[in-house]
Design a protein around this ligand. Structure first.
Ligand SMILES: Cc1cc2nc3c(=O)[nH]c(=O)nc-3n(C[C@H](O)[C@H](O)[C@H](O)COP(=O)(O)OP(=O)(O)OC[C@H]3O[C@@H](n4cnc5c(N)ncnc54)[C@H](O)[C@@H]3O)c2cc1C
Length: 376
């Protein structure tokens, strides 16, 4: 084989691709990351950044919950390593989540959620209205109770992603922006990756290629992977700004509010099947503001900085796809749906284990592409 050669090519510079490049470079691999635009500019830049396996456990498969919990445990070490190399903070916070019951209906729903969490060995605690207001004084006075989840954490993706992009370069990753991959072709002794940059087309050869291009992982890239049936789940989310009015994440069954230390307050999020329509809509903004105002009336005076729209990468069972793509040397890491920020450290660690060990680690057993046979 001729031409430029490296050990690993990672395709896509979102939270998933960057974390994989970071992990593999940390294990001494020579890594090139190809990103069609700027790193961390798509779904990962829109995400609220909740690291909340307990709050989000309802309806999740056991395989996903175990993977989420594993990833949450990795977060402190992961962000410490990223911060040390980049010199930048990642906005990691561990204050937990307060679910607020606005009325008896919500309260029953939270009791149900707490029972489900208990059954799965997760920790949470029902609180009285008085305690909810003691914890978060700006919560609406007519709240009737709440559910406290101390084990949920959060990160600011708009701080994590730039820090991660810098950290991978400090680890020696060749991070190429404005480089769109058009094909991944297994061949004798490795993989050939075809790409286009604004001025030219080129090819790279590698031992291994990891396709981590979010919802575009089978869109415009010719790959040997079986059809996954990836689809975008549109999410709209608001960024408000002003004096901080909450300390921890505040949620109801309809909306979540995520505080940042710099005065930003995230209000999220819609879930829509609208294809790649990136337009914000009046209806989603109206619903988010009304639902947020019902639990935290103080948002009325905050500034509305931004309406963000992102595309969650989803397959039909809403579990991620992490592992071999069914052709020698080609791996997949996509389909992270609502959990890609939370799952980034575990995805990177366990995919690296799979690549190095040549076997599927037990935590990835249920997350293989083969389960989706016939999708597309
Ligand atoms: C509104 C909203 C709220 C969310 N909140 C949370 C949350 O609180 N917690 C959580 O854990 N998750 C959350 N998520 C989910 C999370 O954002 C995603 O699961 C995660 O960002 C997926 O990361 P990714 O790297 O796979 O994809 P992306 O971030 O979309 O990155 C994919 C990258 O691949 C690049 N690319 C695409 N095609 C090519 C190509 N041909 N060649 C080269 N590069 C290519 C793109 O430019 C992009 O940079 C939320 C998502 C949304 C939309």
């Amino acid at each position: 084989m001729t031409g430029e050669r490296t050990e690993v090519v990672v395709i896509g510079g979102g939270a998933i691709g960057l974390s994989i490049a970071f992990e593999l470079a940390g294990r001494g691999r020579r890594v090139t990351l190809l990103e069609r635009g700027e790193p961390g500019a798509e779904a990962s830049a829109v995400a609220a950044g909740m690291l909340a396996p307990t709050s989000e456990s309802e309806g999740n498969a056991a395989s996903l919950l175990n993977f989420q919990l594993d990833s949450l445990c990795r977060y402190p070490e992961f962000t410490a390593a990223v911060s040390e190399l980049s010199g930048l903070g990642c906005g990691y916070r561990s204050e937990g989540t307060l679910w607020v019951a606005r009325h008896r209906d919500d309260e029953l729903e939270l009791e149900h959620l707490a029972a489900l969490q208990r059954e799965r060995g997760l920790t949470s605690r029902m609180v009285t209205a008085r305690e909810a207001r003691r914890l978060e004084p700006y919560v609406v006075p007519r709240a009737v109770g709440g559910l406290l989840v101390d084990g949920d954490h959060q990160i600011d993706p708009r701080r994590l992603l730039p820090a991660l992009a810098l950290a991978v370069e400090h680890r020696g990753v060749d991070l190429r922006r404005r480089t769109r991959v058009s094909g991944v072709f297994p061949e004798a002794g490795g993989v050939r990756i075809a790409y286009d940059t604004p001025g030219e087309s080129g090819e790279l050869r590698a031992d291994i290629a990891v396709i981590a291009a979010g919802v575009w992982s089978e869109d415009g890239i010719d790959t040997p992977a079986p059809p996954l049936g990836l689809r975008p789940v549109k999410g709209q989310l608001l960024r408000l700004r002003g004096e901080p009015i909450i300390q921890r994440v505040v949620r109801t069954p309809d909306v979540y509010l995520v505080p940042r230390s710099d005065g930003e307050l995230i209000v999220g999020a819609s879930e829509e099947e609208q294809g790649f329509d990136a337009q914000p809509t009046a209806g989603a903004v109206f619903d988010l503001l009304r639902d947020a105002w019902e639990v935290l009336p103080g948002i009325y005076d905050l500034h509305l900085d931004e309406i963000s729209v992102g595309f969650r990468p989803a397959v039909r069972d809403h579990l991620p796809v992490i592992g071999p793509a069914g052709a020698p040397g080609v791996f997949l890491a996509t389909g992270h749906y609502r959990n890609g920020i939370l799952l980034a450290p575990a995805t990177a660690y366990w995919l690296a284990e799979a690549i190095e060990g040549g076997e599927t680690p037990p935590l990835l057993a249920q997350l293989q592409a083969s389960r989706l046979a016939g999708a597309g």
